[in-house]
Design a protein around this ligand. Structure first.
Ligand code: ADP
Ligand code: MG
Length: 323
């Protein structure tokens, strides 16, 4: 269990992380999601113990990670944002060196190194110099460095940055499989990364936590339960008239007009009113042909933007932050 309690980090007068609180249970895969500069790397660095919080406390399995830094650090494998690798070592030499740093006993070092090389798919390149590897492989080597010594907790800062789609899929699968036996925290400013891998999302913006929830619940939170997407053929352009027939409609919004003459509208009603039945009945009366009609799906992307915007609005109006 990781407990982050009232943690603040200031650089001079600048507050990079502002009194954050959260817990991560054993075995969870958690995503830190937020735009660049949000405070993700700073928070991760404080959990690993590489930088100290200005105030607050971080407990790793109940152990204060400043007072008992060595003990806490042993439980954590860290893959930093800008992979600072030893370019003139071979892959194997690097992993072995990391094993040494992590206090893996001399007699276990070779076995541990081979195990990690296998886990990260590096066996074939183990004797190559790191500097001669592709970006994707360098990322894997960095990953291997985090894994060696079998720490309970893996902290991965933007593990897929700079990778091509194939490499991203590979790293993602690796994270998912490691998530079965480890607690994993990973950060990203890309939503799809987080929603595909993580079971819990912590959204950070400007050093503050905006929301903590499952990807599904976050989508649910911002869902417009009352919006309908409808694709129609409306040769006489009568769509706006449907408002006269269904008084509960608040808005009829043209989203898209295709070359084949079909139009896509978002129709919004007052809260908790499902317009589907009424639309099915009323649109044909206006000689409008319905090609498709469904409730509006909200993506995590929408949730993210909405939550971050709520934060900004509240700041401007001086209201307290939404929990
Ligand atoms: P993220 O990882 O979410 O992109 P960071 O944690 O790297 O964000 O940075 C949060 C904020 O703190 C940014 O505004 C950044 O410029 C600032 N910051 C980070 N490190 C330092 C530092 N060593 N000195 C001063 N400001 C810093
Ligand atoms: Mg960062």
């Amino acid at each position: 269990m990781i407990e982050v309690k009232n943690v603040t980090k200031k650089y001079g007068n600048f507050v990079a992380v502002d009194n954050i609180n959260f817990k991560i249970k054993e075995g969870e895969i958690v995503g830190f999601l937020g735009p660049n500069g949000a405070g993700k790397s700073t928070t991760m660095n404080m959990i690993t113990g590489f930088i100290e919080a200005t105030s607050g406390q971080i407990l790793i399995n109940g152990i204060d990670n400043v007072k008992h830094a060595r003990k806490a650090k042993k439980k954590i494998g860290y893959m930093p944002e800008n992979t600072p690798l030893y370019y003139d070592l071979t892959v194997k030499e690097f992993v072995r060196y990391m094993a040494e740093l992590k206090n893996v006993s001399k007699k276990d070092r070779n076995i541990e190194t081979q195990k990690v090389l296998e886990e990260t798919g590096l066996v074939e390149v183990q004797n190559k110099l790191i500097k001669n590897l592709s970006r994707g492989y360098k990322q894997r080597v960095s990953f291997a460095g985090a894994l060696v010594g079998n720490p309970e907790i893996l902290i991965l800062d933007e593990p897929t940055v700079g990778l091509d789609p194939k490499q991203i899929t590979e790293i993602r699968n690796l994270i998912k499989s490691l998530g079965k036996t480890h607690t994993v925290i990973l950060s990203s400013h890309i939503l799809s990364e987080i929603s595909q891998v993580c079971e819990k999302v912590i959204i950070i913006n400007k050093g503050k936590i905006v929301a903590v929830d499952t990807p599904e619940n976050l989508e649910e939170m911002v869902k417009e339960k009352n919006s309908i997407v409808v694709i129609v053929e409306d040769p006489e352009n009568k769509m706006q008239e449907v408002k006269n027939n269904i008084p509960e409609i608040l808005e009829v919004d043209l989203k898209r007009e295709s070359e084949d003459g079909t139009r896509e509208y978002i129709i919004t009603a007052e809260e908790n009113i499902d317009l589907r039945k009424k639309l099915f009945k009323e649109l044909p009366k206006l000689d409008i042909t319905i090609l498709e009609l469904k409730k509006l799906e909200v993506t995590l992307e929408d949730a993210f933007i909405k939550l971050i915007n709520t934060e900004v609005e509240n700041e401007v109006s001086g209201k307290s932050r939404k929990k």
